[in-house]
Design a protein around this ligand. Structure first.
Ligand code: ZN
Length: 101
């Protein structure tokens, strides 16, 4: 007998997961460039929100400010870099190579 259980098929929508209301891919969220926050509509009528800084620190939980629900944000760090290095505004400039004589 050769049973191969290496592959476990995950159900698309797990019912018994009280920790998160849902898991949402970052692509499905709404990006507000002014405040640098990702939004996702909450069933309560408000919106889940997670800031870019939160994600930069490894946070992947978006919270709704009006209720206790949370969602897990699924994102690829490589995709995140695109947002981060879009303008290059906060890239530290290394010391200039021009020497003052
Ligand atoms: Zn809510």
């Amino acid at each position: 007998m050769s049973q191969n259980n290496e592959k476990q098929i995950e159900p698309p929508k797990p019912q018994s997961k009280p920790a998160f209301y849902d898991e949402v891919e970052i692509e499905d969220m709404e990006w507000d460039d002014e405040v640098e926050v990702f939004y996702y509509p909450c069933p309560c009528g408000d919106r889940f929100e997670i800031t870019k800084d939160d994600m930069a620190e490894g946070e992947d939980i978006a919270r709704c400010p009006s209720c206790s629900l949370i969602i897990r944000v699924i994102f690829d760090p490589r995709d995140f870099e695109e947002y981060d290095t879009d303008e290059g505004d906060d890239i530290p400039i290394s010391a200039p190579t021009i020497s003052v004589f």
